[in-house]
Design a binder for this molecule. Structure first.
Ligand code: ADP
Ligand code: MG
Length: 701
């Protein structure tokens, strides 16, 4: 691209000028010609054709028709007032519907006059209707809108007030597009264009703004989505190749005493074949002299902890330290305890460092780390602090990766030189597309099978009105010696209302399950961690039978005797989170239950989610559904999904384009890692100049 030209202020675009340029800059951050070119319409209106009512295709969302009104009458449907117009052309009939503004319709629309109607069609069986259509008498029609397929640009109130109309946008963009033909260069190779049947870049940009036809709009969208995803994936591949090339990693060649001993004498069960496979993959990484960056995906309860322990033993056997990072203190504590217990007969020192470690303790740990006395450090974010230095850190493990950001991963890299091997583990299965666009530079291992003997947790949906029967069921379970989790949604830890729900719930549980027969613990995010631990401990030691909590319990907690998970207001959780919570039970060999409590009236969406939970137990399948239902933001949390903000591409729906883009990025770099071949020059040029890929330049220059 000719950057000089494209970086010129929009002030010089015909029809803009200083005042408008300032206004557009302030309101929409449109400053340069490039900004304007990149400012795609957010939707389109097809005014290029009129449909016969009879011929409206069922998949066409918005249509334009010409016809006459036969009747106007007010009706009531399910207590709701509405106004119904029967609208005819010579092929058929469609209903126009209003739910408000009745007077306007009755006063201004005339029976038997001719109108142009535009709007979104809804089908009730074979009957089409349009609610709140745009309707204009035929004589008024031509003056106001271009009769073509055209885009709608996002605008602001101020712009509208100052006379910046949609027509104006179209006009200035038309002017820009006319002047840039020579400045927009192709940025994909001709073989890619050919292979995936993509139109050229200039044509795509023109048609995304001013589509000549529906077909060309589709082609342009496809082309520009491909481009976005291609450079995104190319970025991941370049980063990864560069890392592999430049960064050496520690070699752990020895299979030493600790691991052998542990495998033979301590390992409390036979590893599943997936666990073995993953350990093998990691061992290979340890041998090839490069730094490992691997993501381990395994459903809740699939046994990731033991895998992490065994690979840490490999590091130790080779003279290196390891650390494992957990998102909460509860979880860090739990890891610390289970590791210490499993390693009790070994000459392996495990330490725990969290936000609540006392200064004295902390100082001791710091010096143990430096002297090499500590072999395994378990902890929370506290590990990331700069004061925490190791003698020889060889392996860092991050548990529940989705709770951490990329920046934190990077901090671990700096704890040794060369950087330690990194293993990130997640129990929120991420659909493949998401994993590719988020962790495209990581290698991925999967544990898909659960340890043998697990009985699938029985999941049921109960309405609030059935609460008494649920309580009775809980009592039966408790009398059988089982324990129960009761979780309240706390979407936002500071929300007063949520706390009230939790505390009210707690009170009513204590009333319903009185002492001395029953003991109840409570854990939530606002408690001091000492109190949290105390309550947790009582539950773990079976001193209490019911644990009332917020979602702090969601991550990783392991109490095999707990067999019932009751989730209150389950409709407020996403599928992935519900699945995480459900994973807290079914860890022993007893029949276990997950009870989803909801209010009596549910939205369609919530109903679908709850039904899916009841039917599907596979976390990977649920993640796919969740992604479709709620989008990446709800699966990953906003921080990470921010990285997925593409202009056009939508990784939920554009899977095929994403796969193609990824494969061609990989293939191109395989044969031409520095993009030196003539035919790849357009790609190279793009990387050297464009803002979204400029930071990649260092990898190929
Ligand atoms: P997660 O993958 O969710 O972190 P954990 O590592 O906590 O799962 O393991 C869940 C439970 O399964 C633990 O009690 C663990 O001891 C047990 N477990 C792990 N691997 C096996 C296995 N191969 N056979 C039997 N039980 C296992
Ligand atoms: Mg775990």
């Amino acid at each position: 691209m000719n950057t000089d030209f494209l970086n010129q202020s929009i002030e010089f675009v015909k029809g803009v000028g200083p005042a408008r340029s300032k206004l557009l800059g302030e309101e929409l951050n449109l400053k340069t010609i490039k900004d304007l070119i990149d400012f795609y319409p957010f939707r389109y209106i097809d005014r290029s054709r009129f449909y016969k009512i009879e011929e409206i295709p069922k998949n066409q969302s918005e249509v334009q028709i010409i016809g006459k009104i036969k009747s106007i009458r007010r009706t009531k449907v399910r207590y709701r007032d509405r106004l119904n117009c029967e609208f005819y052309d010579n092929s058929g009939k469609i209903d126009l519907i209003w739910y408000r503004g009745f007077n306007w319709v009755e006063e201004s629309l005339k029976i038997n006059d001719e109108y142009v109607v535009y709007g979104k069609v809804t089908w009730f069986g074979n009957k089409p209707s349009i609610a709140h259509p745009e309707i204009k008498s035929i004589s008024n029609f031509n003056r106001n809108v271009p009769r073509r397929l055209h885009g709608i640009y996002s605008s602001t109130e101020r712009l509208v007030n100052e006379g910046v109309t949609q027509k104006y946008f179209i006009k200035i963009i038309y002017n820009v597009l006319n002047s840039i033909q020579n400045h927009i260069k192709e940025n994909l190779s001709s073989s890619i264009l050919q292979e995936f049947n993509l139109i050229d870049r200039y044509k795509a940009i023109v048609n995304i703004h001013l589509p000549e036809s529906q077909e060309l709009l589709t082609e342009s969208t496809k082309r520009l989505k491909f481009e976005e995803l291609f450079f995104n994936q190319l970025g991941f591949q370049l980063t990864k190749n560069d890392r592999i090339q430049k960064l050496n990693g520690f070699k752990f060649e020895k299979v030493g005493n600790n691991l052998n001993e542990f495998y033979k004498n301590t390992l409390p069960f036979e590893l599943t074949s997936d666990q073995k496979k993953v350990i093998k993959e990691i061992r290979n990484d340890f041998l090839n002299g490069k730094q490992m960056n691997r993501l381990l995906q395994g459903d809740v309860g699939s046994g990731k902890t033991i895998v992490s322990l065994m690979v840490m033993l490999i590091a130790i056997d080779n003279g290196f330290q390891s650390c494992i990072l957990a998102p909460t203190e509860i979880l860090a504590n739990q890891h610390f305890k289970s590791l210490s217990k499993l390693l009790i007969d070994y000459d392996v020192k495990v330490d725990l460092l969290t936000g609540s470690s006392k200064t004295r303790e902390r100082n001791l740990i710091h010096s143990n780390l430096l002297s090499g006395k500590t072999n395994i450090l378990v902890g929370t974010h506290a590990i990331l602090e700069d004061v925490v230095k190791f003698k020889n850190l060889g392996l860092s493990i991050i548990d529940e990766q989705h709770r951490f950001g990329v920046a934190q991963r990077a901090k671990l890299w700096k704890k040794n030189n060369p950087a330690p091997h990194i293993l990130v583990m997640t129990a929120t299965p991420i659909p493949r597309t998401l994993a590719m666009s988020l962790y495209g530079d990581l290698d991925i291992s999967y544990i898909k099978e659960l340890p043998p003997g697990r009985i699938t947790t029985k999941t049921v949906h109960k309405y609030d009105k059935n609460r008494l029967s649920v309580f009775k069921f809980l009592k039966d379970q408790i009398y059988k010696g089982r324990q129960v989790y009761l979780v309240y949604p706390l979407i936002n830890e500071s929300e007063k209302l949520d706390y009230k729900d939790l505390m009210d719930g707690y009170e009513s549980i204590i009333r319903e399950f009185p002492r001395p027969d029953f003991q109840v613990s409570i854990v939530h995010g606002k408690m001091k961690s000492k109190d949290k631990d105390y309550e947790m401990k009582r539950f773990i030691n079976r001193e209490t039978q019911i644990l009332v909590s917020t979602t702090v319990i969601e991550v990783g907690v392991n109490v095999p005797n707990a067999s019932v998970m009751v989730i209150e207001s389950a409709e407020r959780f996403g599928l992935s989170q519900l699945h995480q919570l459900r994973g807290r039970v079914g860890r022993g060999n007893d029949e276990s239950y997950c009870i989803l409590m909801t209010k009596d009236k549910l939205s369609e969406d919530s109903k679908l989610r709850i039904e899916t939970m009841v039917k599907v137990s596979d976390g990977f399948k649920l993640a796919e559904v969740d992604l479709k239902l709620r989008g990446p933001g709800d699966i990953l949390g906003t921080r990470q999904s921010g990285m997925l903000r593409f202009k056009l591409a939508d990784i939920v729906y554009d899977t095929e384009i994403l796969n193609n883009a990824r494969n061609s990025a990989i293939n191109i770099l395989k044969t031409d890692p520095k993009l030196n071949k003539n035919e790849n020059l357009p790609i190279r040029d793009e990387i050297s100049t464009s803002s979204y890929s400029k930071n990649l330049w260092r990898y190929i220059s």
